[in-house]
Write a protein that binds this ligand. Structure first.
Ligand SMILES: *[C@@H]1O[C@H](CO)[C@@H](O)[C@H](O)[C@H]1NC(C)=O
Ligand SMILES: *[C@@H]1O[C@H](CO)[C@@H](O)[C@H](O)[C@H]1NC(C)=O
Length: 188
């Protein structure tokens, strides 16, 4: 008796589950919209940005943004993301360069690797500029210049396969986003 009651209870719960789920998603959406501090900030920053889609993608996928209330918070999150991306990519560039057997390809990859190694101190400068209210615009442009130098080799030598194309674009977008956040006019 008791078993059949709990049995039918659980089967109706299973039946209701998609509705409960939909309902809570809807509630969550309403809550998110009601929390206008964060949302307005991200919207202002992303709408101002010239890498708008990238901006929304980054911030909507990062749970830390729900506590972001200032430009500093978003700059901090973005710099942490670009730093961990850089570490991963630099290791990949090193690996690909050292395993490349074609000497012409390896020469270009090594030139990129050189810029990736120089990029590390620009990332340190970015972190420093964030902490001490330095010029994030200039620091991000400095960082970007190394990626652009690497990209430039592949424009010059278009016969050489570019295993870093996607990573380079991603990093340039990150640096652009950092500049854009920094330069977003906010009155509050
Ligand atoms: C690299 O950046 C992407 C966004 O383009 C992000 O989703 C990913 O988590 C980052 N990877 C690391 C290792 O930080
Ligand atoms: C950017 O690079 C220039 C030239 O290398 C350097 O003088 C300047 O201090 C750098 N700026 C920042 C904010 O890192």
């Amino acid at each position: 008796m008791g078993r059949s009651i709990s049995c039918s209870l659980s089967s109706s719960l299973i039946f209701l589950l998609p509705y409960i789920f939909l309902f809570s998603v809807n509630l969550f959406g309403t809550n998110l919209r009601a929390n206008h501090d964060t949302n307005e900030l991200i919207q202002k920053v992303c709408d101002f940005s010239n890498v708008q889609e990238f901006c929304y993608k980054i911030f909507e996928n990062d749970p830390r943004t729900q506590w972001a209330t200032t430009k500093f918070n978003l700059e901090d999150i973005t710099i942490q993301l670009v730093y961990s991306n850089y570490t991963k990519i630099a290791r990949k560039v090193l690996t690909i360069t050292s395993y490349e057997t074609n000497s012409e390809f390896r020469r270009i990859y090594r030139s990129c690797l050189h810029h990736y190694i120089l990029l590390r101190s620009d990332l340190e400068n970015l972190v420093h500029a964030l902490r001490f209210q330095g010029d994030l615009d200039q620091a991000a442009q400095n960082a970007s210049s190394h990626i652009l130098a690497c990209m430039n080799y592949f424009t010059q030598y278009s016969n050489i396969p570019n295993p870093f194309a996607h990573d380079n674009t991603n990093l340039v977008y990150f640096f652009e986003l950092i500049r854009n956040i920094y330069l977003t006019p906010l009155q509050s």
